[in-house]
Design a protein around this ligand. Structure first.
Ligand code: SF4
Length: 460
């Protein structure tokens, strides 16, 4: 795919990383002209939009009045240090360095800290913690998967270069003996797989978890599963099996048809969207995890969970590395505690257990339900274009920051947790990591009765 075409006088910066979706394509050539992004070669339309032209506002406000950045940071430090039950919320669009700085600040403030993952991928994370998970890097998918099952997702919609870079459009898997790739689309209700898949299978939404569970049982040879499936196969057929695009009436018959394709593969990748926009059966995430494990009883296989953009996987990994838990961490009592069921940000806000919030990252990507819950408390918002998407009650503090990967260098994780460098491509406001470190320095200084010099700690 070709991005925006650059003027011939532009400087080209190679190997820029796009955070427009979880693919984190790191092969983008960005053209820079007069301090603006003039083109992003190889970026898809979503990626080109994510890079934009490199312009972001550089405003700082306290209670609605424009103020110097230092004043806003001092006000933020004072407000957060004075809060009794602060919450730090990690929106998408942060470098790992900024996420680490946010965790350090939460630790110092005895705050709760949560991320957008609580509102999106919580079922997948809990299922993996409870059952384990057979995963793979995207490189392994590209090189080894000779059967790719798209479970209710067409990556072309929200992950435009996924197939081109890592899966069935990348050519046959180099390390597979068969030298070909079989592509299977499983349509669940209105959530369809790729339209050009070689095999197509339809599952009613109400049967989804049952089909996944039956498929896993057949793959592992669970006692009785083969006999039940054989009985289903002998029953009068109400539809056709895998590949025909018509829904069979029997869950077991559907499972048998899926197993026939999967068992033929030496390495089966089940690709599913961890952050679907539509409502799914709450048991789906756990059933997919079980299926990926069962695959390894019959052949080799992995679950590939698609993640949206903005270094969301990075937030999970940074929180895990620094606290032991991937989301919904509470420092109220000093040491980190895990509150995935009763303490996620929205529930905490709605229960009145928050008296001040700090939102860092792209405020426009805070889930609507969380943004609505934030309306009841004063909020400090720090991120790219924060002044264009104010959150919380009126007496808030807003500091515009540079965009990670455009103005701020650092690190981000691809959806498979592979770390990639972020480059500073054009000049802009200070990044979130630098601003958070400056706030932490002010909080520390205030607790020790010392002062921080103007501009102290903010790298520009
Ligand atoms: S596929 Fe995703 S990461 Fe790659 S260029 Fe498009 S938006 Fe960016």
């Amino acid at each position: 795919m070709a991005g925006v075409v650059a003027p011939s006088s532009a400087t080209t910066i190679p190997h820029a990383t796009c955070l427009g979706c979880g693919c984190a394509c790191d092969d983008i050539e960005v053209a820079v002209s007069d301090g603006r992004i003039a083109g992003a070669r190889r970026a898809c339309a979503l990626g080109a939009s994510w890079f934009g032209d490199g312009h972001v506002p550089g405003v700082a406000r306290v209670d609605g009045s424009d103020r110097p950045v230092d004043d806003a940071l001092a006000a933020a430090a004072h407000a957060l240090a004075g809060a009794r039950r602060p919450l730090i919320y990690l929106a998408p669009g942060l470098s790992c360095e900024a996420q680490r700085a946010a965790v350090a600040l939460a630790d110092r403030l005895h705050a709760a800290i949560d991320s957008v993952s609580s509102a999106t991928v919580l079922p997948s994370i809990l299922a993996a913690q409870e059952r384990g998970r057979a995963g793979a890097t995207l490189g392994e998918l590209r090189n080894r998967a000779d059967v790719v099952v798209y479970w209710a997702v067409d990556p072309g919609v929200s992950y435009p270069r996924f197939r081109e870079r890592y899966a069935d459009l990348a050519g046959p898997p180099p390390q597979a003996a068969a030298g070909t790739r079989t592509v299977l689309a499983v349509d669940v209700g209105g959530a369809h797989g790729p339209p050009d898949a070689g095999h197509r299978f339809t599952v009613a939404p109400g049967d989804e978890v049952a089909v996944l569970t039956a498929t896993a049982a057949l793959l592992t040879g669970a006692p009785g599963s083969e006999a039940v499936a054989a009985g289903a196969a002998a029953a009068p057929a109400g539809g056709q099996a895998c590949g025909a695009g018509t829904a069979p009436t029997s869950v077991w018959r559907q499972a048998e048809a899926l197993v026939a394709v999967m068992r033929a593969g030496a390495y089966v990748a089940v690709v599913a969207d961890s952050e679907p926009s539509d409502d799914r059966d709450p048991g789906r995430a756990s059933a997919l995890v079980s299926l990926s494990q069962a695959l390894n009883a019959a052949t080799r296989g992995a679950l590939v969970s698609l993640r949206a953009g903005g270094n969301r996987s990075g937030a999970d990994s940074v929180l895990t590395s620094q606290t032991g838990y991937p989301l919904a961490v509470d420092f109220t009592h000093g040491s980190p505690r895990y509150r995935p069921h009763d303490g996620e940000a929205r529930a905490r806000l709605l229960s009145g257990a928050v008296d001040r919030a700090l939102v860092v990252g792209d405020a426009a990507l805070v889930p609507a339900a969380v943004a609505a819950a934030l309306a009841a408390v004063p909020v400090v918002t720090i991120g790219p274009r924060a002044s264009e998407a104010p959150l919380g009650s009126r007496d808030g503090i807003v500091v515009d920051a540079g965009q990670a990967g455009v103005h701020e260098a650092g690190t981000a994780l691809r959806m498979d947790d592979v770390p990639l460098p972020l480059r500073a491509l054009v000049p802009g406001p200070p990044g979130v990591a630098s601003l958070l470190r400056a706030i932490l320095a002010r909080v520390e200084a205030a607790s020790h009765g010392t002062a921080v010099a103007a501009g102290g700690g903010v790298a520009r």
